[in-house]
Write a protein that binds this ligand. Structure first.
Ligand code: UDX
Length: 458
């Protein structure tokens, strides 16, 4: 078992640290925030993530994990130092690498034995070569330090599970020594390991995330066309999914992708291409489609209602997906300001994201409109003129057509996550709009004007 230090206790760092402890390594997590360190020591997770708190408590009690602000002592004796600090997006789409640089300098000044510095943060291709040079320049002791690229693929809400049961571990190294040490560190996970060079590992992370973003944008694009030609995107996706080459995952059309990865990583790769004199047309298209998709339902509703002024609007779901309190790039953040600008009185429900949202849009009057946060989903719907669904939380899925019919003043529902059965909703007398699905009634389908069948001459 190895001595591991982890720099940064966000999603990436903390989850990695806890999982390394869980498989038996001796882990020290470093963060600059003293309060956060104390909170973690008391067994409380600073982020909302399934299973995380339980494993933090278990491994802390077993003495396999500790938290500190004292980076010198944590890095000094470590066999490997994992970096999981943020690389936030800058206005031009590039990644801000200042947190990585700060940690790299601290490592260079602290280490007293040969060790690996393993970058888990998503960084532009070529960054780790620079990080290694940077560390060499500031090294205080005469020791061997190699930088390794080891990107993670965890999704929020299932981060612990995704780490312990990852489909693959990507290890990007430049020497046999580093490759073997990394394989040994990951050995107790019993997972498939893909060993490549450092730049390929960095690229695998972007290429994978951007491929998934592309898949979603492609399905959203097709969904929008489905609406125009009377096809149903869910049936189309189901039909496509039987082809193993396409696969069945990430084919859900909706209100666009959000979160901390896809929006940032698509823009970063597009930027990297531009910097290298190349236009990455596919990724650019994914970004464009996603931008339009986020306000697709708002635009539809605006056309239908003309104005939202004085209307009670139920908003169900604020986070970028269920199972997290994260609002980054969530569709709600695009739509709520548009609704408020229009004078809507919003009643918002989200089982865990409301508190974070209220920091951006405090409860009460806001411009021409207002926002109220409710803990009971039916209170959001009561007397509402229109309802928008932005996140497919279990509580939202569990609602029946009758609840909408019974509680809303006018049952007009815009569903950005295609949760309900179109026929059932419409049969219950609800005006139901979703993404890329056929209208329930045959007569609502337009004539296929683009198709011409010529009668063959005999
Ligand atoms: C993603 C990747 O899945 C993960 O491998 C990577 O390391 C980080 O980015 P995450 O952002 O946590 O994880 O969530 P994910 O479940 O992938 O969803 C991202 C966004 O795409 C969400 O807004 C979700 O609603 C949307 N999405 C996902 C769709 O619109 N349709 C789909 O079919 C799947």
């Amino acid at each position: 078992m190895y001595k591991i230090a982890v720099a940064g206790t966000g999603y990436v760092g903390l989850v990695a640290g806890v999982c390394f402890a869980e498989v038996g390594h001796q882990v020290t997590c470093v963060d600059i925030d003293e309060n956060k360190v104390n909170v973690m020591k008391s067994g409380v997770s600073p982020i909302y993530e399934a299973d995380l708190e339980e494993l933090m408590q278990k491994n802390y009690a077993a003495g396999r994990i500790d938290y500190t602000t004292d980076y010198t002592s944590a890095y000094k004796e470590a066999d490997a130092i994992f970096i999981g600090v943020g690389t936030p997006e800058q206005p031009d789409g590039s990644a801000n690498l200042s947190y990585i640089a700060t940690v790299a300098r601290q490592i260079a000044e602290s280490v007293v034995k040969d060790c690996l510095v393993v970058v888990k943060s998503t960084v532009p291709v070529g960054t780790n070569d620079k990080v290694e040079q940077f560390i060499q320049d500031f090294l205080v002791h005469d020791v061997k330090v190699e930088v390794v690229s080891n990107p993670e693929f965890l999704a929020q809400g299932s981060a612990v599970h995704d780490t312990l049961h990852a489909e693959r571990i990507i290890i990007g190294t430049e020497s046999k020594w580093a490759e073997e040490l990394m394989q040994n560190i990951y050995e107790p996970f019993h997972l498939p390991v893909v060993s490549v060079n450092r730049r390929s590992a960095e690229m695998i992370k972007y290429a994978s995330n951007d491929f998934l973003a592309l898949k979603i944008s492609y399905m959203n694009d097709i969904a929008n066309l489905c609406e125009l030609v009377g096809a149903d995107i869910q049936d189309v996706a189901r039909g496509m999914s039987f082809d193993n080459r396409i696969g069945s995952k990430f084919l859900n059309a909706g209100i666009g992708y959000g979160g901390s990865c896809f929006p940032k990583d698509t823009k970063a790769l597009e930027y990297l291409a531009r910097q290298n004199g190349y236009e990455l047309k596919t990724v650019k298209a994914a970004i464009d489609v996603n931008k339009d998709q986020k306000t697709m339902l708002y635009k539809k509703a605006r056309k239908r209602l003309i104005t939202f002024n004085g209307l009670k609007v139920a908003v169900l779901g604020l986070t970028f997906k269920p199972g997290t309190d994260d609002l980054r790039e969530a569709a709600s953040l695009e739509n709520v300001p548009l609704l408020l600008e229009q004078g809507a009185d919003i009643y918002a429900f989200d089982p865990v994201g409301a508190e974070n949202f209220a920091r951006v849009y405090p409860e009460g009057k806001n411009g021409k409109g207002s926002i109220t946060y409710v803990a009971n989903i039916e209170h959001a719907l009561e007397g509402a003129n229109v309802c928008f669904i932005f996140t497919e939380w279990g509580e939202v899925r569990a609602l029946t057509p009758e609840t909408y019919k019974k509680t809303m003043r006018t049952p007009l529902v815009y569903d950005g996550r295609n949760i309900y059965n179109v026929e059932e909703m419409q049969e219950s007398g609800i005006e139901y709009h979703s993404i890329g699905r056929k209208p329930a009634r045959r007569e609502a389908i337009k004539e296929a004007k683009h198709v011409e069948l010529q009668i063959p001459r005999s």
